[in-house]
Each structure stands twice: as structure tokens, then as C-alpha cells.
Design a protein around this ligand. Structure first.
Ligand code: NDP
Length: 324
């Protein structure tokens, strides 16, 4: 089968689609024929070695497909089942061995590519809005990169909980997408300064929570946009890691809270995975949550997919399609 491997860490050019042996379904594993693999920022951290993995490795964590074989001890799924996952190493491939405990059933009526696009970012947007800071009706919420994969999902989930979304984007095309997803206000941060705009839009108060996956470039504006006792959920670093911070700033800003959450810490048990995935995929099945697929690439173009994601040229979800 074909798989995208990293033999040495580095830029997008190290991604190579190569022929490898099919994986085997080990104990408790499903062998899945992949319909679509999700491209995520964490893949770029694995590729560059920011999060080191033993070399060589097949890159990718997320996907959806059809079970073609099951290993010993598999009880949850059978051959022919449609499944999706957010955490199965080696997912940029035609086939992948997925631990049954990481797989969830894809509801009828949800296409496999849509399910692949709903998992890693959908579960993240779920924990951020339901657990990290449970958004309340009437809350003002700042969502950075509102037209990105995470941003479009956060915007929809905040709106579903009755919050008011202020999104930031870099250009007019992204502003349109953010508004279509439900953003009430959109700040083009390339033209105006974010924190004063947020103050103006919130009667001087600031927002209850900032969802910030951009990191280094947005951190200061995020802190300056919070209301007294507001929460900064710094969930990523698309622009680079935030340098060390003087904690006294949390006091002068108004007894602020900062957290740096990860998906793994919010999928601690099978019950937690089923709860979050059930809510996300259920909302997709009912037409209440839209997975906006902004770009699709064949496995052989994984390099281009990473270049476009890191080059800020994508919107919504980026997928690889092994059959393309
Ligand atoms: P996006 O689709 O949001 O792409 C990143 C966007 O960030 C860009 O399109 C761009 O939007 C904005 N951006 C601003 N500055 C930069 C910069 N210097 N370089 C690149 N992008 C920049 O990506 P994802 O939705 O896939 O991921 C967003 C973040 O979420 C990542 O940091 C990722 O690590 C994090 N994440 C964290 C998880 C967790 O559990 N902690 C899980 C999943 C994702 P614009 O042009 O509008 O500025």
C-alpha cells in the first residue's frame, strides 16, 4: 500500500509517499481501509520534530474508513463497519491499524470524508467550549483564526451554546466564511488592532473567553481582550510558541486565567471519547454542525497540503484522500 513517511525531520519536502507493507491488525486493533485522512497542525509538529517520534514513521493521526479485518480480542467492531478516529499513528496511508478503543462508529448519513474532518478538531472544539470554559448564553467570546479548521468549528459550537462570537481573520475571503459559520463580528487583524476593537465591541468589558490557537503572534492581544476573571484558552501555536510570561500580568489584567489544554487530556476514558464524539458526529448527522472541507489532496501531495496549511492558504478542514 502507499503511505506518507517521514525519514528525516524537516520542512514539508521531507514528506514522501512510498510503497510499504500493509499493516496487520494486532490484538485489539482494526485494519481499516482509509477513505480520508485528516491533516492537522500536530502533524507538522511531528514532521519538524517539535514533538519527536522515532524515525522513520508514517505520519498522521486522524481519519475515517471501513474495517476490512479485525485482530484478536476485538469486540466493539466487525468487518464492514464504518469508523472514524482522532488518534491512530500512521493515518496518512491507504490502510491503518486503529486500536478499537480509539475508533468510533460513523452514524448513518454521515459521509466518511466528513467524519474524518470532524474528529480531531471537532473533539477539540467540543472540549474547549464544553469543558475548558463552558460557554454560557450571552457570553462574548473571541475566536482567533475564525475561518480555520478549528475556528469554523469553535464559532458554530459557541453559537449553539448561545454565545456571541467575535472572530479574527486575515482577509475578506476568510471574513465571509467566518460570518457564514455564524460569527457576529469579524475583526480583520491585518487592518486594525484586535484588543481595542474587542473593547469597543463589548462596551469596554472584554470577552469571557479567548480561544487562541495562533499563539506567539496573538497572545498579548488575547490577554488584553479579556474581561475581569476572563479565561485565555491557549490551545495551539500556529505562529510559534509563546515565550515565558510574567504572571503578574494576570493580576493587572483583572485576575485572569490562562490554560494550555490538549485533546489527549480530554479523552481520558472510553466514555469521554464516546460522549464527545457522539455529540459532535450527532450534530453533524442532524445538520446542526457543518464540516467545511476547504481542500483535498491525494496522498502524493501531502507536501503541498502541509505547505498550504502552514502558509495560511487553507480554510476549514484539510483532507488527504488515498483513493484520489
Ligand atoms: P487553521 O486552519 O486554523 O490554520 C492556522 C490559521 O492560523 C491560519 O490559516 C491563519 O489564519 C492563522 N495564523 C495566524 N498567524 C499564523 C502564522 N504565523 N502561521 C500560520 N497560521 C497563522 O489550523 P488548525 O485548525 O488545523 O489548527 C489551529 C490550531 O489549533 C493549531 O495551533 C493547532 O496546533 C491547534 N490544535 C490544538 C489542539 C489541542 O487539543 N490543543 C487540537 C487541534 C488543533 P488567518 O489567515 O485568518 O490569520
Amino acid at each position: 500500500m502507499r503511505a506518507v513517511q517521514v525519514q528525516t525531520t524537516g520542512g514539508p519536502e521531507v514528506l514522501r509517499a512510498v510503497e510499504v507493507d500493509d499493516p496487520v491488525a494486532g490484538e485489539g486493533q482494526l485494519l481499516v481501509e482509509v477513505a480520508a485522512s485528516g491533516v492537522n497542525y500536530i502533524d507538522t509538529y511531528h514532521r519538524t520534530g517539535v514533538y519527536p517520534l522515532p524515525l522513520p514513521f508514517t505520519i498522521g493521526l486522524e481519519g475515517a474508513g471501513t474495517v476490512v479485518a479485525v485482530g484478536e480480542g476485538v469486540t466493539r467492531f466487525a468487518v464492514g463497519d464504518r469508523v472514524a478516529w482522532a488518534s491512530a499513528p500512521g493515518s496518512y496511508a491507504e490502510k491503518v491499524a486503529v486500536p478499537q478503543d480509539q475508533a468510533v462508529a460513523v452514524p448513518d448519513g454521515v459521509a466518511l470524508d466528513v467524519a474524518a474532518g470532524a474528529m480531531l478538531q471537532g473533539l477539540t472544539a467540543h472540549y474547549l467550549t464544553a469543558s475548558t470554559y463552558p460557554v454560557q448564553a450571552g457570553d462574548d467570546v473571541l475566536v482567533h483564526a475564525a475561518a480555520g479548521g478549528m475556528g469554523l468549528l469553535l464559532t458554530q459550537l459557541v453559537k449553539a451554546r448561545g454565545g456571541r462570537v467575535i472572530g479574527t481573520v486575515s482577509n475578506a475571503e476568510k471574513e465571509k466564511l467566518a460570518r457564514e459559520a455564524g460569527a457576529d463580528e469579524v475583526i480583520r487583524y491585518t487592518e486594525v488592532e484586535v484588543a481595542p476593537e474587542v473593547r469597543g465591541l463589548t462596551g469596554g468589558e472584554g470577552v469571557a473567553v479567548v480561544y487562541d490557537g495562533v499563539g506567539k503572534d496573538t497572545f498579548d492581544a488575547s490577554l488584553d481582550s479579556l474581561r475581569v476573571r476572563g479565561v485565555l484558552a491557549l490551545y495551539g501555536a500556529a505562529s510559534g510558541q509563546v515565550p515565558p510570561v510574567d504572571l503578574q500580568r494576570l493580576n493587572s489584567g483583572g485576575s485572569l486565567f490562562v490554560t494550555r489544554p490538549s485533546l489527549g487530556h480530554h479523552l481520558r476514558t472510553r466514555e469521554e471519547l464516546e460522549w464527545r464524539a457522539g455529540e459532535v458526529l450527532g450534530a453533524v448527522a442532524r445538520g446542526e454542525l457543518t464540516i467545511s472541507i476547504g481542500a483535498r489532496y491525494p496522498l502524493s501531495d501531502a507536501r503541498q497540503a502541509h505547505e498550504d496549511l502552514e502558509g495560511r492558504r487553507t480554510t476549514g478542514k484539510v483532507l488527504l484522500q488515498p483513493s484520489a
